[in-house]
Design a protein around this ligand. Sequence first.
Ligand SMILES: [Fe+2]
Length: 401
Amino acid sequence: MTDTAHLTLQEREADLDAAQLKQLVGLVEYDADSDPFPVTGWDAIVFVSGNATQSAQYYQNVWGMELIAYSGPENGNRDHKSFVLKSGSIKFVINGAVDPGSPLVEHHRKHGDGVIDIALEVPDVDKCVARARSAGAVVVREPEDLCDEHGTVRIASIGTYGDTVHTLVDRSKYDGVHLPGYQPATSTLVRREGQPKRLFQALDHVVGNVELGKMDEWVTFYNKVMGFVNMAEFIGDDIATDYSALMSKVVANGNHRVKFPLNEPAEAKRKSQIDEYLEFYRGPGAQHLAVATGDILATVDALRANGVEFLDTPDSYYEDPELRARIGKVRVPVEELQSRGILVDRDEDGYLLQIFTKPLGDRPTVFFELIERHGSLGFGKGNFKALFEAIEREQDRRGNL
Ligand SMILES: [Fe+2]
């Protein structure tokens, strides 16, 4: 059985087909029947926010997401507010404490705004949990059924790096808008005229930052516990600058919908950007979310107009003859990329366009990447040096280099 033809409900609802997804996020064919921990795709990315009410408005106003569901004191959840937002096939859930005794308060005190849960859709929760347990993973939440008038969701959670978890969700017997306990919600927001219907269509990858010496342990975790395969591998000099360096390895589920690059700091003259993250997040956690768009130029223009700040790319990057030779012909003139600070990378399969935001919260931790793939299944390895030099200029301005 090949898997790419099998779309998740969220993907079908977003009017995406297999060919579009293959282009957007680089899907590959694979045999799900022989997978000990089959993962269908992303379910949702769950954030903790110091003010979920305002963060949910930010993601709607600025990032063009759509409010679809809500849980809070008005419908029996006295602990916290939870806003479910959607863009294309991906859902963000923004949680913020209402009760001062909520566990979210302590999570936020320690980590600040960040990702608490990278939830995945799976066809068989119990099979995955049994596999995870036998491979030594921590089961944070035992499998259980959540029911309401829309049906039943089977759900469980396993722990990953730091205080981050993977909730595993089988929603094949459920037709409600998110989960039992949530009610459908809409907002009065009116989209600005001329603004694209959505600014991104899918989630491409989520990067985890882990401590020095721990990267291989987490690669093994994803291999052994979740049956993920290793993708590209970049080590040492590839992504070192004079001051900061990191090591990075990438694991992916069978169909490559779910891709997790894992970073650890490497020895360098000064503090690495990964160390800065680990210090301010108080431990390992999700560093950046890469969202896929079919038109990165229009998306960047819209986001800039909405006030989003991106990392600057030096003009020297675009004027470098080596770069021009390496990237060859892309769909727009290089000047169009230069005026927006969009990076370009090419490998044997094709090319990709990408750009990174500055950190979205108060701490120098979580940020976003926009990615437009044209065949390349990579992550912008050729851009790492240019990118890190840009990150380091920002780190230096914060006094953390
Ligand atoms: Fe990335």
